[in-house]
Design a protein around this ligand. Sequence first.
Ligand SMILES: *Cc1c(COP(=O)(O)O)cnc(C)c1O
Length: 463
Amino acid sequence: MSRSAHPAGPRHADVMTEGHYTAPPADLNALDAKVWARTVTRDENGAVTVGGIEVTRLAEEFGTPAYFLDESDFRARCRAWADAFGRDADVFYAGKAFLSRAVVRWLKEEGLNLDVCSGGELTCALDAGMPAERIAFHGNNKTVGEIERAVTVGVGRIVLDSFQEIARVAHIAQRLGKRQRVQIRVTVGVEAHTHEFIATAHEDQKFGIALAGGQAAEAVRRALTLDGLELIGIHSHIGSQIFDMAGFEVSARRVVQLLAEVRDEHGVELPEIDLGGGLGIAYTSEDDPREPHEIAKALGDIVTRECEAAGLATPRISVEPGRAIVGPTAFTLYEVGTIKPLEGLRTYVSVDGGMSDNIRTALYDAEYSVALASRTSDAEPMLVRVVGKHCESGDIVVKDAFLPSDLAPSDLIAVPATGAYCRSMASNYNHALRPPVVAVRDGEARVIVRRETEEDLLRLDVG
Ligand SMILES: *Cc1c(COP(=O)(O)O)cnc(C)c1O
């Protein structure tokens, strides 16, 4: 499978030489429902539409590059997760995937909670009216200022990531006359089946406190003795873009083992476990993600079974999907600029954005698909690499894909499944202006994050 066919290592060599596709798809004009947001389709003119609006109209009104987010799809995914996990569990949307005030309001309306991992994300959440008790604060190096603020506003939980932080949060809470609800993040020693850079539960990395060697048990021991802390549970996040439930199974089993040890040692049954996020989505037709109800059932069954075996009451479960909610809801629309056929290799198609609006391909060999969006075509398929306009040869948006061979400058192409970790990781490299996010719903399009302007760039440049 392509995802695992690129081990970490000399990645640029892989990027430049390795082909992914061996054959073009049967129909280049088809839009695979797996990778496109729910309301995306083609109309009678052949143009891609979202929420009933043609991309040609959207490009005229909002320009390119731009992210178009299907609001009804976002809300439907929130509801699917909330319904799947039901009353005995909590769903926290991982704000780092994509956060804006509109998104916070949607989450609030759809009954989800929110993970933040910086003061900036916390500000956005509170400003848009998310109640503090529905916010979880994460991060491996929260500043003293961030902790003070989180405790002062009364976030529902702080997820403790180190021994120093256990003492630090306890001290701050006590000084502020509060008792802060906390979880301890543990690393369970599982390597999730994903790219090395986005797996987070094996031990040689920066997050969490290892279960191995009794470290997590020691962290619990300390947290239980500190007056400023109310320890409500254990947290484990094993990685990202995971399809295989086996990693969650091991993680849940080990976390429940720790709960049993804590009961045996301290006579305390911690009431919650958080199994993190990381559920995969379809970036290409080869990916087969699970539905929220399957995930909920699998996780619920594992935890119930392990707790029964350990003689524990089943704790309240929480999960933290980011990508799985917002990822599939948006696509990036680009205008084709130059087209450069390289004899015997492939054709390079340059677009008006690139690594400044989607760093994932350069950062971890992410795979994407692409479609001609402003029209259909019956021309023969050609193997392309979609690249940006930045000064890096690794500035690749879609490594390998097929587009029709009559592709021409000023055609619009769309890259699906860019809702997560694209706008939120966007940069101003080459003084690029970060693209807008436009929410589309029932025939109406509304900017929720506006395009940056040159004035925005110059405003920060005060020299
Ligand atoms: C990033 C992160 C998530 C969300 O990951 P996704 O792959 O977007 O689902 C959840 N929990 C924690 C602690 C994270 O760091």
